[in-house]
Design a protein around this ligand. Structure first.
Ligand code: HEM
Length: 479
């Protein structure tokens, strides 16, 4: 019996041999997986994972609902769960954020700002965006633009109506007011908005799913193909747009203070590359989406709370002396002039968070939240849970703007993070807050607003990390 006879079973394996081999491989993988699971450092409460898929089996529901239930079941501090064999840690307690904000960054070596973990280009890009939305000329054009679109749309609507009051989908109107030209001076088609939404999904998809599963495991591999095709479409669209704008600027045909023009023209040593401009513009589109969702949630909550709504009317009337048409100035929408309206915006964003959570990654080995972590550990900061955590808020589900009128000590540190925290904080928080106030002023000084179906639940869904208002039907009645 030589070497040859030993090799025979391998050269022509029977079904039985293949089965045994397969069982051995699976058993070895399971032993390795559960050995790693039961012996890993920093064991935390969380659901029991399955080999290969981890806790992916619960992804048949919206991710935020799943995370919310996990934190309620296993505690708000740190909860672990698995996507494939990768461990994620979810945080729902404000007291742990200081550590995480200092110690973590994004996990994608992407471009732009929000999804960029290259410290240098992130800083550079963020400063560019912040500058472009700070200039007085930006604000002047921006407010004027929204007012113009509002008046044109109202005139068109009134001309079609028999009676003076009419029903609109408020969410759609908010998108129309902000998205038409404010940021790029280019109309945003439905197709483009759809593609940007797909892009948002693709980012989270790439960040949450291990590469192997995303590339090879159906149906995830099909999603990946769809996302790549979408990226190509967007790239072409924006490359053409940037090129066209450059030409217009060179020929001095168009020079406005919109974000796109300012980014292209920024006169510094390190000019932004076209690719960076493109990604920053995508990100501002996410900003349009968060702002329009936020103002829709606010209007819903005001309609549900008529006494609070009355106070907003009173505040706006006081600032505008009942003048329903005079142009709005930057000063009119300041915190000093509209403190109660601003408190309502904050309270509504706390009650119905627009950004539900964010993703973080440990930048090096180190200690955070009383544990030692290895570089690369992934975290989910659960904004929505923190905003509704009874530990931080008294009666968190009650719409109570007064809590934002009282002094700051009343609000626990890091428990109110609607614009994020640490150095990753939203660079456009002032733009977002002012845009919401402009829309509220435009509608409220002219119209009384009521829900068309006062008892119907809010139509919302979670587009991965963004809480989206699907539709908000309201009745507009002249005041
Ligand atoms: C009500 C509207 C908005 C809300 C609630 C909001 C919320 C947030 C939050 C929570 C973050 C932090 C994410 C993280 O920590 O990973 C963030 C980051 C960011 N936001 Fe906003 N945002 C809004 C509007 C906008 C607008 C209008 C723009 C752009 C014009 C914008 C641009 C950005 C960018 C570029 C970042 C990334 C910052 C960084 O990574 O350093 N946001 N936003």
């Amino acid at each position: 019996m030589g070497l040859q006879s030993l090799l025979i079973p391998l050269s022509s394996p029977t079904l039985h041999d293949i089965l045994i081999f397969f069982i051995i491989v699976v058993a070895a993988y399971m032993v390795k997986f559960y050995y790693a699971y039961f012996t890993h450092e920093n064991k935390l409460p969380g659901p029991f994972p399955l080999p290969l898929i981890g806790n992916l089996y619960f992804l048949y529901r919206e991710l935020d609902d799943i995370l919310f239930d996990l934190q309620e079941k296993y505690g708000s501090k740190l909860v672990e769960f698995y996507i494939g064999s990768e461990r994620k840690i979810c945080i729902g307690d404000a007291n742990l954020l200081e550590d995480i904000n200092k110690y973590s960054s994004n996990e994608l070596a992407g471009k732009g700002i929000g999804f960029n973990n290259n410290l240098e280009s992130w800083k550079h890009n963020k400063a560019f965006l912040a500058q472009s939305i700070m200039t007085p000329s930006f604000w002047k054009e921006y407010i004027k633009e929204i007012e113009m679109i509002f008046e044109d749309s109202i005139k068109l609507m009134e001309s079609k109506q028999q009676s003076s009051s009419f029903d609109i989908n408020f969410k759609e109107w908010a998108v129309r007011l902000l998205a038409i030209e404010g940021y790029t001076k280019e109309p945003i088609s439905k197709e483009l908005s759809y593609k940007i939404n797909i892009w948002i999904k693709s980012i989270i998809f790439h960040r949450l799913l291990p590469k192997f599963i995303a590339t090879y495991v159906p149906p995830f591999n099909l999603f990946k193909k769809k996302y790549l095709k979408n990226d190509e479409w967007l790239k072409k669209y924006f490359d053409d747009l940037v090129e066209k704008r450059r030409e217009e600027i060179n020929q001095m045909k168009k020079y406005n203070s919109d974000i796109l023009t300012t980014l292209i023209c920024a006169n510094t040593k390190n000019k932004l590359k076209d690719e960076e401009i493109r990604i920053i513009i995508y990100e501002t589109f996410i900003g349009i989406s968060t702002t329009t969702n936020s103002v829709s949630f606010l209007v819903y909550l005001l309609c549900k709370n008529p006494l609070i709504k009355e106070k907003v009317y009173a505040e706006i009337d006081k600032v505008f002396h009942n003048d329903k048409t005079r142009p709005i100035t930057y000063d009119d929408i300041s915190t000093i002039k509209l403190p109660y309206t601003e408190a309502c915006v904050n309270e509504s964003l706390c009650l119905i968070s627009t950004v539900l959570y964010t993703l973080r990654c440990a930048i090096d080995d180190g200690n955070a939240c009383s544990f030692n972590w290895k570089a690369g550990q992934k975290f989910i900061v659960h904004y929505n849970f923190i905003h509704l955590n009874k530990k931080h808020w008294e009666d968190p589900v009650k719409f109570n703007p007064e809590r934002f009128i009282k002094n700051d000590e009343y609000i626990e540190k890091n428990s109110f993070i609607l614009f994020g925290g640490g150095n990753k904080m939203c660079p456009a928080r002032l733009l977002a807050m002012n845009s919401i106030k402009i829309i509220i002023v435009l509608f409220f000084r002219k119209y009384d607003i009521e829900l068309v179906e006062s008892e119907a639940p809010l139509k919302r869904s979670c587009v991965l990390l963004i809480n989206e208002c699907k539709e908000l039907k309201v009745r507009i009645i002249p005041r």
